[in-house]
Design a protein around this ligand. Structure first.
Ligand code: HEM
Length: 162
């Protein structure tokens, strides 16, 4: 396997596969709370970016639900991180933020969507990844839409697949 590009060494703890430990919790003021499972894959081919793929499934029916994929880049010599994201809902997003220890805080820097995307429109996303002291990975996602202010949508804790 190629060596990880040095610009990404601060993020090497993300690499590989993760799966939701307990089902993730979905919520938002305008929807029914829901549960989901999710797998995450972070890989690289030696270039200055990490490739990622997130696949979420209905907790009971196992039917595929939300999907995201893209690239992660870091500005060399800084703690600045960018996620370049495509979502199956038709949303394209750039999130930027900072790495502090093993915690990533990101928020929307740019958004675009397909012309026939479902309403309401997402206006802002903020997301946090944190490698916990118990070795599990935690993700929290909040969003604002054109009819709701910024509120939590997702919370999930992942473990390494057994
Ligand atoms: C609803 C965005 C990730 C499951 C929604 C809504 C939006 C949205 C805008 C509609 C809210 C409303 O009607 O007021 C996003 C964004 C995500 C994301 C931007 C990623 C950053 C996920 C994930 C799941 C999920 C990972 C896991 C299965 C749902 C469900 C609903 C919903 C079940 C309610 C039913 C529906 O409207 O389809 N999401 N979502 N979402 N989301 Fe997400």
């Amino acid at each position: 396997a190629p060596e990880l590009n040095p610009s990404l060494l601060p993020l090497n703890w993300l690499l590989g596969a993760w799966e939701s430990d307990e089902p993730g919790e979905g919520s938002f003021p305008s929807i029914e709370p829901f549960r989901y499972t999710e797998t995450l894959h972070f890989s690289h081919v030696g270039g200055p970016m990490i490739n990622f793929m997130f696949n979420a499934f209905h907790a009971e029916s196992k039917k595929p639900m939300h999907q995201e994929c893209g690239f992660i880049r870091m500005q060399p010599g800084t703690n600045k991180v960018a996620f370049i994201i495509a979502q199956n809902s038709g949303l394209m997003e750039i999130e930027e933020g900072e790495l502090t220890g093993k915690q990533l805080n990101l928020k929307t820097h740019a958004l675009a969507r397909i012309s026939f995307a479902k309403k309401p429109q997402v206006k802002q996303i903020s997301r946090e990844f944190q490698l916990r002291s118990d070795g599990r990975l935690e993700q929290t996602v909040s969003m604002a839409t054109d009819n709701q202010p910024l509120k939590q949508h997702l919370h999930v804790i992942y473990r390494r697949p057994s």
